[in-house]
Design a protein around this ligand. Structure first.
Ligand SMILES: [Zn+2]
Ligand SMILES: [Zn+2]
Length: 445
């Protein structure tokens, strides 16, 4: 596979995993001077002539203003929507207020919508477009996350983040002249989010091998190539060199496409994302600062990666039989109620299942050679980036929770309790049930 491969148009892929994958995004472009090409690209997509363009103050200056001007020159009728920041955090959040701002603008009856931005603006428009059956395209302003082509939109509902199913954009435009000017911390956030694919995919292997969960190796193939270029270009991130930003953009696109292939976040999100999610959730509920998504993921990945390495060293002594049979567990309902506070009702279902019934495995672990096979398969994912710590260092990415401003006690809680947020198991579940989690936290945190 070409290292700079990505899906430039919609595709149907019969796969060895048994599924026929579908890429629904009809046009994806990554190029210099791309903004000028947007009107002709839109003409080819026949989406209509009246569009709602959504941006905030930052993305208006980064690209929105230019997109609007160019479209007006080409006889498109544009309805601009400047999103206002009303959230208590320093970032625009996909909350009730911003959703309302987008939804009320639909009264102008646009034929399609344009999200100008990365992260939250893309999510908001994706969410609204899906619910109102209006197509949307996205003009990215930073290589900061992998959610452009993914089939989900994370939204804040009463302060709690829920990922809603939502159709991917009809087109994605990533103008390298815009992306290379994005703030460095956004690029580093995208970079460190990708580092997390190593542990996310290790978790997927765990579930596949222990629980016979469906897995698609093709979705890994397209990400693995991208991780390779990322490792090679890490040093160029701090200078925002064009080649590095291009590699990063394509790597992020492919991570997003891997989710689009599979239909959910399994190829892109494991224990490292649970920890990032927990820290965000608790910080938001306390009205505290959260930091950028990818940076939290990167810091969590560093530690999960070390835990995985130690786990692989100790794997022969794991008592799988004991893990799957009823046994007293470290956590009870009262502890979780205390830790999650007002958010507890939102996680109660998943949490209750985890504290009341042991994990269910197939009997694959009884087969000869099981641990060797598992060790080998996980190592392949873990070391797709030869040295994650070096990669983060070379890109000068802040990668400790301390640098990101999280108190040690909250970080410790995130390793102990984030696993109760989701039913899908990760290395955190295995370590906890094997009685190793607290020991590993002592050692690596
Ligand atoms: Zn992520
Ligand atoms: Zn597949």
């Amino acid at each position: 596979m070409d290292k700079l491969f990505y899906f430039q148009k919609a595709a149907e892929i019969p796969c060895s995993c048994g599924k026929t994958h579908r890429i629904l995004t009809q046009k994806t472009m990554v190029d210099h001077s791309l903004t000028e090409q947007i009107p002709s690209a839109l003409d080819q997509l026949h989406l209509g002539k009246k569009c709602l363009i959504v941006f905030d103050e930052n993305t208006y200056h980064a690209a929105g203003q230019k997109v609007e001007t160019i479209l007006n020159q080409e006889k498109y009728k544009t309805i601009p929507l400047l999103l206002h920041h009303n959230s208590p955090t320093q970032y625009l959040e996909p909350d009730e207020d911003t959703r309302y701002q987008v939804e009320t603008s639909l009264k102008y009856q646009p034929d399609f919508m344009i999200a100008v931005g990365s992260g939250v603006i893309n999510d908001l428009v994706k969410f609204t477009a899906h619910r109102s059956h209006i197509p949307y395209v996205v003009v990215g302003t930073a290589a900061s996350m992998d959610g452009y082509p993914s089939p989900g939109a994370p939204m804040l509902v009463n302060g709690y983040k829920i990922t809603f199913e939502a159709s991917p954009p009809t087109a994605i435009f990533l103008d390298l002249d815009v992306l290379t000017k994005a703030p460095l911390n956004l690029l580093q956030s995208g970079f460190s989010d990708l580092i997390g694919k190593t542990t996310a995919n290790s978790d997927w292997i765990l579930r596949n091998q222990l629980q016979d969960e469906y897995i698609c190796h093709y979705s890994w193939d397209i990400v693995q190539e991208a991780l390779q270029i990322l490792w090679e270009s890490a040093d160029q991130i701090p200078q925002r060199k064009s080649e590095a930003v291009q590699a990063l953009s394509i790597a992020l696109l492919n991570s997003g496409f891997s989710m689009a292939l599979v239909g959910d976040s399994r190829p892109a999100s494991g224990a490292e994302h649970l920890i990032a999610h927990y820290l965000e959730m608790i910080s938001l509920s306390r009205g505290e600062k959260t930091s950028l998504h990818g940076l939290r993921v990167g810091a969590a990945t560093l530690i999960i990666h070390k835990m995985y390495q130690r786990f692989l060293e100790e794997i022969d002594s794991i008592d799988w039989e004991k893990i799957t049979s009823p046994h007293p567990i470290r956590v009870n309902k009262e502890t979780l109620q205390e830790k999650f506070g007002p958010l507890y009702p939102l996680v109660e279902k998943e949490a209750t299942q985890k504290i009341t019934s042991p994990m269910v495995f197939t009997d694959s672990f009884k087969k000869p050679g099981f641990t060797n096979r598992l060790r080998q398969m996980i190592s392949e994912k873990l070391f797709a980036i030869p040295d994650v710590e070096q990669a983060l260092k070379r890109s000068k990415t802040p990668s400790t929770f301390e640098e990101l401003g999280f108190p040690q006690s909250l970080v410790k809680d995130s390793f102990l309790f984030s696993r109760f947020v989701r039913s899908r198991i990760t290395i955190l579940d295995i370590l906890d049930e094997a009685g190793l989690l607290e020991k590993y936290i002592e050692e690596f945190l």
